[in-house]
Design a protein around this ligand. Structure first.
Ligand code: GSH
Length: 204
């Protein structure tokens, strides 16, 4: 049987999908691309109209995108996967959804503000407002963390998102100062033996 192929750009959220697969014991192959390269982007857009990674091709040829959908697929393939906890249903669903619905788009618009607005001051402002909004949201997450992981003793998908996304703006220094519990989650997740190679590849 073919394995899952993950279209992956180093340092991006492709690593989130890879962690979900690894924690679920699902083998995969990486197709390394650079979505900023026009030729790669043209190939990627044929599979995913958003031109985003992660984009997965499943063993049966179906395309799967959106990290939250990847999480759900992995858990369905491997019911014992730790991604979706057996308990804390409401708390888990609420906070995992908020990451992809509210926090992830702050980079979509803030990373490339010139794609969305015109004029130097509007471009600068979009970057600043999305960065500031994201910080506010992360502080709400920090308050929610039971420790050592988001929900308590067990790692779940929210911890994977936190461990990856704390590598991005506003970057480690800010998190160390304002969100020490998130830094603790990042340390624990990135040193998990099942995930070390993924962190080394993407952020090493
Ligand atoms: N909602 C998507 C977001 C994916 C996403 O924004 N990926 C970024 C890399 S971290 C990307 O491909 N950015 C390029 C773009 O949006 O044009 C998910 O959860 O998978």
């Amino acid at each position: 049987m073919n394995s899952v192929t993950v279209w992956s750009t180093p340092g991006t959220g492709s690593s989130i999908a890879e962690c979900f697969l690894a924690l679920s014991g699902i083998p995969y192959a990486r197709e390394v691309i650079n979505y900023e390269d026009p030729a790669d982007l043209a190939r990627l857009t044929k599979l995913n109209p958003l031109g985003q990674v992660p984009t997965l091709v499943l063993p049966n040829g179906e395309v799967l995108t959106e990290t939250l959908a990847v999480m759900n697929w992995c858990q369905r393939q491997s019911p014992d996967s730790p991604l979706i906890p057996k308990n804390y249903y409401v708390r888990f669903q609420r906070w995992v959804t908020m990451i992809v619905a509210a926090i992830y788009p702050t980079w979509t618009y803030g990373d490339t503000p010139a794609k969305w607005v015109d004029g130097e001051s509007a471009i600068a402002r979009l970057r600043v407002t999305t960065d500031e909004h994201r910080k506010k949201l992360w502080l709400a997450y920090e308050e929610q963390i039971k420790g050592p992981f988001f929900l308590g003793q067990e790692m779940c998908a929210i911890d994977v998102y936190i461990a990856i996304m704390t590598n991005w703006r506003p970057r480690s220094e800010w998190f160390e100062q304002h969100a020490p519990k998130m830094i603790e989650i990042k340390k624990r997740v990135s040193s998990d033996t099942r995930l070390r190679e993924i962190f080394a590849f993407h952020f090493g």
